[in-house]
Each structure stands twice: as structure tokens, then as C-alpha cells.
Design a protein around this ligand. Structure first.
Ligand code: FE2
Length: 362
């Protein structure tokens, strides 16, 4: 039925990285993910190794190739470590593809039928910004916990850090391309647009961006899309694009029910977060009103707070997780708020720019 939902939710994020084993280790010991699956020569996959990690509903796959002529190594040569595929679960691949074709905006590959001992998975790959893909996965007749080609793997018992699901995934695109990608999702898949900021909202003295948010299936899938705006100095979005050498995924926001616990835990494991100027906390309650959390505790951990008409949210951003100043994570706790921390953009920008200046890119 054309009026039905053609997408369910984000399935997994697959990263192409220079060392899948180290990325797996970092996410287990640093971020509290559980290593649940492995794919490689031992499981019959000859050209690559992949590690599948989970925490809550979040699934990350880290993939590297074993051969110097692979497109995977070309991807990491050009982009560095980054997100290759934001796969999405779909209720019925035939209906999804038929609706995408009817809409006529999104390109996709043929429906692949992947037969295993545990049933059949149907999948079609569509493109997105830069070299990012969306695999559209129909698990209707597939019963294994793990994707095809993966086997269970023995893994250390590491305590989770309390993140439970993906809140939103942000894409950075080139100047003047944001509206085109908003249309790609709204016209191509039937996403709705949420809110828009203009560059007056999101700027510091130096660098600026514009951002629009699209969502699908009652906010189950949320993709904010940023483009650089002109400032006195280089936009952080432009810095990303210069190092990623194309549009791509900028950050992945992961939700927790207790951000103080989650962030304290991650910091004790060596995860690096952006710092917040102390002046931010002096005026915090004037800006956001009364909150349940102890402001001293938030300041100690550099956690930011913002309020909208529906409530407030707490958030913090990691430093880039690879070597290039590209992809990073956000940890977010929502106390009613449905927005993304617009009020924090300015203070956040100032701390991003401190890091950008250290790299000589401001
Ligand atoms: Fe975010």
C-alpha cells in the first residue's frame, strides 16, 4: 500500500575503517558496546573482516579489507575512517522499492535475495550524500540475530555505559546543497521536515552553519542535514568536508536515561569530550530554568543543557573518534525536549573552534 510506511527504523551503521579490530576494541572498552559477531575468512568471507557490536538497540559494524585493491581501502584512503552505510529496516522490500520508484528521486540497486540456513534476507542498496549508502533490509523471512556471513564470537564481559538507542544521525553536505538533500529524503522516501535553523541562530563570530531536520515514522529515524555558512573564518562543516573529501556522516547521537552516569563512565574509560567554558554554567539556570540535575555535576562533566517548549535536554559531544576531524558522537538525554540543542550551538561552537584552531584550520 503506497500510503503505508516504507521504512521502519535504522538497522545498523557500517563504518569503513583502517583497522576494524582497533575500532571494535575502542567501542567495547571505551563506549561499553558488546562484541556480538564477526565476519571474515573464518566465516567464508574472503576479502574483508567485520566486527558487529551492540549496545541497547544500537548496532555498529566495523569493516576493513584484507586486500590493497579493494574499494574499501579506496574509501578509507579518500575519506579516512567513516560511516559507509546507514542501513534501514523496511517492512516489505517490494513495496518499499515500488514506492521509491513511484516517487522517482532515490536511486537504488536490484533487490538481492540472500539465502542462509536461517532464512532469507532481502536487501536493496540506495545512495545518499557523498559516498554514503542506505541498505534497505527486509528481515521478514530471516531468523538469525546476526546478519548473513556473521558468526557469534566470544567476547569479553564489559559493562555497558547505558546508551540505548540512536536519537539522530547528522549529515554534512556542501554549501547550497542542504535543500537538495532535504528534498531527497522528503520527496524520495516521504520523510517530514521538522524544524529549521538559519545561520543567524547557529553562528559564532567565526564560523556558521545552516541545518534542517528530516524525520520518518514518528521520529524513529531522524536525519539533521548541515551545510556550511559563511563566517569570518572557516565553518566547522567545511573543515569536515575538506578532510572527509566529500559529504558524509558528521555525528551520531546516542540516547541514555542517565547522562551523568554514562558520561562519567565514558570519561573514566578515556573517551575525550569537548570542554565547555565555565561561564556557560554561571548563566545556565537563567537560560533554561530549573532542572533536576546538579549544575556543579554537569559542569564537572562538561554536559550542556537546552530547553524548548516541550521540556529540556542534556547533551555532550565527543572529540572526533578517528584520526581526521570528521565523525564524532553525541550523548543525549531527553527530559521532554524534542529539539536538538539549538541554544547550545553557540557555546558548543566556541569549544569546537578552540579545537579547530589547535589544528590550524580556523
Ligand atoms: Fe546532534
Amino acid at each position: 500500500m503506497a500510503s503505508d510506511k516504507i521504512l521502519d527504523s535504522v538497522d545498523a551503521l557500517e563504518f569503513y575503517v583502517g583497522s576494524a579490530k582497533e575500532w571494535s576494541y575502542f567501542h567495547q572498552y571505551g563506549l561499553g558496546f558488546k562484541l556480538v559477531g564477526y565476519s571474515g575468512p573464518e566465516t567464508g568471507v574472503r576479502d574483508r573482516v567485520s566486527y558487529l557490536l551492540k549496545q541497547g538497540d544500537i548496532k555498529f559494524i566495523f569493516t576493513n579489507t584484507l586486500f590493497p585493491t579493494s574499494p574499501i581501502i579506496e574509501h578509507t584512503r579518500i575519506h579516512g575512517d567513516g560511516v559507509r552505510d546507514i542501513s534501514m529496516k523496511v517492512p516489505d522490500i517490494n513495496e518499499t522499492v515500488a514506492e521509491i520508484d513511484r516517487r522517482g528521486v532515490v536511486k537504488h540497486g536490484p533487490i538481492k535475495k540472500i539465502k542462509t540456513d536461517n532464512g532469507t534476507l532481502y536487501s536493496s542498496i540506495s545512495n545518499s550524500f557523498g559516498e554514503t549508502l542506505h541498505s534497505l533490509n527486509d528481515y521478514g523471512e530471516y531468523e538469525d540475530e546476526l546478519p548473513p556471513g556473521f558468526k557469534e564470537i566470544e567476547s569479553p564481559d564489559i559493562k555497558p555505559t547505558g546508551i540505548k538507542k540512536i536519537d539522530h544521525i547528522v549529515g554534512n553536505v556542501e554549501d547550497k546543497k542542504m535543500d537538495q538533500w532535504v528534498e531527497y529524503y522528503t520527496k524520495g522516501f516521504g520523510f517530514d521536515q521538522l524544524i529549521s535553523f538559519d545561520d543567524k541562530d547557529i553562528s559564532t563570530e567565526y564560523s556558521a552553519l545552516r541545518s534542517k531536520v528530516v524525520h520518518y515514522n514518528n521520529r524513529k529515524i531522524i536525519f539533521p542535514i548541515n551545510e556550511p555558512a559563511l563566517g569570518l573564518k572557516k565553518s566547522q562543516i567545511q573543515e569536515y568536508i575538506d578532510y572527509y573529501n566529500s559529504p558524509g556522516v558528521q555525528h551520531i547521537a546516542m540516547e541514555t536515561d542517565d547522562i551523568i552516569k554514562t558520561v562519567a563512565d565514558m570519561k573514566s574509560r578515556g573517551i575525550e569530550f569537548l570542554s565547555t567554558p565555565s561561564i556557560y554554567y554561571e548563566t545556565l539556570e537563567d537560560r533554561v530554568g530549573k532542572i533536576k540535575e546538579d549544575v556543579d555535576k554537569l559542569q564537572e562533566l562538561d554536559i550542556l543543557v537546552d530547553r524548548d517548549d516541550d521540556g529540556y535536554l542534556l547533551q555532550i559531544f565527543t572529540k572526533p573518534v578517528g584520526d581526521r576531524p570528521t565523525v564524532f558522537y553525541e550523548v543525549i538525554q531527553r527530559r521532554g525536549a524534542t529539539s536538538f540543542g539549538k541554544g547550545n550551538f553557540k557555546s558548543l561552537f566556541q569549544s569546537i573552534e578552540v579545537e579547530q584552531a589547535k589544528r590550524g584550520n580556523l
